[in-house]
Design a protein. Structure first.
Length: 423
């Protein structure tokens, strides 16, 4: 019996040691970034006071001296030993830094991206957004009652929510009107439908049902476009823009919409519905989608926002204040600001950054809390439509507001600007 207890204790001890080791590895790894953006000549702290050692994995670059001879130079200078590491870039490019726990056990490889100095103008301008889907977005499938009195499911388990319909029997369908016309022209109810699913195109065969109203139906609900209100995050010096901090997704399916085109419009905020615990607030506005109100075109819809080009008539950021772009390692917990023009003029509202997840690659890298009494009185905190409001700290543009906490509207998430730029 004593031998059994001794074996059990040893086994528990080994398990405890493995668990403690796993916690140590996880803790150290989480404090070291997976990626780091930096500028040429800027000294960065990769990590400090950790039981780890960093080594440069990228090869040296060739450089010609005054005599025309070449010599090897490290494009990225890495200094430090066990416990800390700093780096300073000498040239644009992408580099790799290996990190080992205690200088022995491989922990991770940090991807370092060295870029030119960037300055963007934080905006905060409410914008009307109109987008057209690249194909007809399938929302759902449904039953169809046939003329014979029977109930059919012609598309169930064949076409799925989130698919895009491109053609019917070889005929392109870009609008709901074209879709309905193509369905009525099928012969003997046979329809070969070209769809795009997860980025890949394929054909599926359906049989249209002759319904009680003497029309053919496929039992598919589709959508061709969408519109809404958001906030512009920044304007670049050549008139490019980034907005929202998250992608445009379909409200019914939750899928990121595949767009064929889109425009930005001036919008007028008519009302602000304050957020309350359990009920998100909202900006209510009016989008007059006429040519004179169009201020830009949308070129990309990504999970980190929409991006495109402003039109010449906007002045492309003329009169805005340009600020340096700050990266994750520049951000600290504490006071920061968000910019907004909800009331017609640009205002700066104070917030606190409460949490920073340096390895977040999505749009929830920061947890922020609104502390400005004027904004709390106006909106109750963060409301729908404020997505994209720029976040500024220490004179640098560092991110954008993306989400509100439903149970606490004063609190929400923010995306790192470098994540937006990586799209």
């Amino acid at each position: 019996m004593k031998k059994y207890y001794r074996i059990s204790l040893v086994a528990l001890l080994i398990v405890d040691l493995f668990f403690i080791g796993w916690l140590l590895v996880r803790s150290v790894s989480n404090q070291i970034p997976n990626t780091m953006w930096t500028y040429v000549g800027k000294k960065e702290t990769l990590f400090s006071n950790l039981p780890a050692k960093a080594t440069l994995e990228s090869p040296a670059e060739a450089e010609a001296d005054s005599d025309g001879e070449t010599r090897a130079v490290e494009a990225l200078n890495l200094t430090g030993g066990s416990g800390g590491a700093t780096l300073k870039s000498q040239a644009l490019g992408n580099y790799s830094v290996g990190v080992k726990l205690f200088g022995i056990f491989p922990l991770k490889t940090v991807k370092v991206k060295v870029v030119d100095q960037m300055q963007f103008a934080p905006s905060g301008e409410p914008i009307g957004i109109y987008v057209e889907t690249n194909g007809l977005l399938v929302l759902s499938t449904t039953n169809v009652e046939g003329k014979d009195g029977l109930v059919y499911e012609p598309a169930t388990n064949i076409v799925s929510s989130g698919d895009y319909i491109l053609k019917i029997n070889g005929k392109s369908v870009k609008t709901i009107k074209e879709f309905n016309a193509a369905v009525q022209n099928v012969e003997d109810g046979k329809a070969v439908v070209r769809i795009r699913r997860n980025g890949k195109e394929t054909n599926v065969s359906l049989r249209a049902v002759l319904a009680k109203d003497n029309t053919y139906k496929l039992g598919i609900w589709v959508r061709e476009d969408t519109q809404g209100i958001g906030t512009m995050t920044y304007v670049t010096e050549n008139g490019g823009f980034g907005a929202l901090g998250h992608g445009i997704t379909d409200a019914d399916t939750g899928t990121l919409m595949n767009l064929s085109g889109g425009e930005l419009y001036n919008t007028e905020i008519l009302d602000i519905i304050k957020g309350r615990q359990g009920t998100p607030g909202e900006l209510e506005g009016y989008i007059n989608m006429i040519a004179d109100n169009c201020i830009g075109t949308i070129q990309k819809n990504t999970r980190l926002g929409i991006f495109g080009q402003l039109s010449d008539k906007t002045g492309k950021g003329e009169g805005l204040e340009y600020l340096p772009v700050g990266f994750k390692q520049d951000i600290t917990k504490g006071k920061a600001y968000i910019y907004s023009k909800m009331e017609g003029e640009s205002k700066r509202y104070s917030i606190n950054i409460e949490e920073i997840d340096i390895n977040n690659t999505d749009n929830k890298g920061m947890v922020i809390r609104v502390s400005d009494p004027d904004l709390l009185e106006l909106t109750g905190g963060i409301v729908q439509g404020m997505s994209g409001s720029p976040i500024v700290q220490d004179g640098k543009l560092i991110g954008a507001v993306t989400h509100v906490f439903v149970d606490d509207p004063a609190k929400g998430y923010g995306a790192f600007v470098e994540n937006m730029l990586s799209q």
